[in-house]
Write a protein that binds this ligand. Structure first.
Ligand code: KIV
Ligand code: ZN
Length: 512
């Protein structure tokens, strides 16, 4: 019988550590529900001790999700571990993931601890965590760059203390596949009690090899858990991407011979939701979830595809949630057709009220746009008017005037804590004028570090999706807005970013 490969998703923890990707509790909960639909085995919901906001997010996810194990990260100290256990109280199945750095560089320069102190701390932490939950994961941070003899001592000791999963991070993305695979193999061979734990891989993508390294850890090293994120989201160049690892193992079952729980039909909706929530746009040529991943443009390819799709296609687009019928609905479509489409796309609304709000938003959109594509539907379900998430600033309406040779003028009506205000300004262009109009009231002092517009379904008829990244006092946030009018989309994105920036919850990750 084939072994099982455990899929451990850390979009909501390591993914969220990417500057600007921080999510609210409700956003995290929505993504966690999608991960549960995807049948992810373990969801790392956050780092409970890092902030009150993250504690509440882990707690909400632990209470709501029933089919996946919910995990919280914690540094190797009693306070962090207690906080994690507290947040995880409501979970059906809870895991504490504790870590401490083991490379000479990190121990000396960052922790200022001797190897013996680190070893002792690791043992005490796992012992403490095991008294609180039965499922404890231990990670030696910067494990791949650690001295192998020392690492073996640490790992043997933490397994003896009851660690059930041993995760070996390539924290800085330095590994290459063969070496990383052999590293895991060596550790498993040399640690005497290695068979008492599940071995896990956790690779960063600094050299673009996170997926290849993880696969080598599985194939050569015998790891049976992969840590990954949707769209490969994560600090710097990101983490190993869930969709790529899952589809590689599934498509090449002949080679890997591993089973997974994952239901891949929910992959595209998950990718879309993470991108929409964080404002991290997916590149068109991204494997599996990029807009071009299944598009065949060359004549020779198209001809081959028409004769037999296997000539150029190794996976079926429908299997990962791309619909074969892209143009779906129009303004005459009814509620049932809309609900059916949501279901086909793997989207489950949280309540009847949300479905009603989504349908109302759909009708509004269909009034101004003749064809509604799947991408439009995926975007509209995250709209604030649908999720009813209370943001400090909310868009109401916008008017603007621009004419060749004249300076554009804009007037924006928006709400501040529910109260309507109007701002007016001129600007270099209509977008600039609109954002300046908002600033006449808000006076945020924030610096814009990124502004990007993306056509959701690739034509001028399409909705524009705008991402705005703002920075203020060391905090970086992204806001996303979608609308057929890109000036409106920009104002929505800007207001959403301002809301995140000024949200009261402290959401600063306290890694390391
Ligand atoms: O990359 C890393 O080392 C981590 C650990 C905390 C597991 O994310
Ligand atoms: Zn990491």
């Amino acid at each position: 019988m084939a072994d099982k490969l455990i899929i451990f998703d850390t979009t909501l923890r390591d993914g969220e550590q990417s500057p600007g990707a921080s999510m609210t509790r409700d956003e995290k909960l929505r993504i966690a529900r999608q991960l549960e639909r995807l049948k992810v085995d373990v969801i790392e919901a956050g780092f409970a001790a890092s902030s009150n906001g993250d504690f509440e997010a882990v707690k909400a996810i632990a209470n709501a999700i029933k089919d996946s194990t919910i995990c919280s990260l914690s540094r190797a100290n009693d306070r962090d571990i207690s906080r994690a256990a507290e947040a995880l109280k409501g979970a059906n199945s809870a895991r504490i993931h504790t870590f401490i750095a083991t490379s000479a560089l990190h121990m000396e320069k960052k922790l200022r601890m001797t190897p013996d102190q680190v070893l002792e701390q690791a043992k005490l932490s796992v012992r403490f965590a095991r008294n609180l939950v039965a499922d404890v994961e231990f990670s030696p941070e910067d494990g791949y760059r650690s001295d192998v003899d020392f690492l073996c001592r640490v790992l043997e000791a933490v397994i003896a203390e009851g660690a059930t999963t041993i995760n070996v991070p390539d924290t800085v993305g330095y590994a290459v596949p063969e070496l990383y695979g052999n590293f895991i193999k060596t550790l498993r061979e040399r640690v005497p009690n290695s068979d008492k734990a599940v071995w896990s891989v956790h690779c960063h993508n600094d050299l673009g090899m996170a997926v290849a390294n993880s696969l080598a850890g599985v194939k050569i090293g015998g790891a049976r858990q992969v840590e990954c994120t949707i769209n490969g989201l994560g600090e710097r160049a990101g983490n190993c991407s869930l969709e790529e690892i899952v589809m590689a193992v599934r498509t090449r079952k002949d080679y890997f011979n591993l089973e997974m729980n994952i239901d891949p039909v929910h992959i595209v909706a998950a990718s879309r939701m993470v991108s929409q929530t964080t404002g991290f746009v997916v590149q068109p040529n991204k494997a599996v979830v990029g807009a071009n991943a299944f598009a065949h443009a060359s004549g020779i390819h198209q001809d081959g595809m028409l004769k037999a799709r296997e000539t150029y296609e190794i996976m079926r687009a429908e299997d990962v949630g791309w619909s074969s019928n892209k143009m779906v609905l129009g303004k005459l479509s009814g509620r049932n057709a809309f609900k059916q489409r949501l279901q086909d796309l793997g989207i489950q609304m949280e309540s009847e009220a949300e479905t009603n709000a989504a349908f109302a938003r759909f009708k509004e959109l269909a009034d101004g746009k003749s064809e509604i594509f799947d991408e439009d539907i995926l975007a509209l379900v995250s709209d604030e008017s649908v999720t009813h998430e209370k943001e400090q600033y909310g868009f109401v309406s916008l008017s603007q005037h621009s004419e060749t040779g004249e300076r554009p003028q804009a007037k924006v009506v928006f709400t501040v804590d529910g109260k309507e205000v109007t701002g007016a300004s001129d600007g270099n262009g209509p977008v600039d004028a609109s954002l300046k109009a908002i600033e006449t009231h808000v006076k945020s002092g924030a610096e814009m570090v990124l502004y990007s517009v993306n056509a959701i379904s690739g034509s001028t008829e399409s909705q524009g999706e705008v991402t705005v990244r703002l920075q203020n006092s060391g905090r970086v946030v992204n806001g996303v807005g979608a609308d057929p009018d890109i000036v409106v989309a920009s104002a929505k994105a800007y207001l959403s970013a301002l809301s995140k920036l000024q949200s009261k919850s402290d959401r600063v990750a306290a890694q390391g």
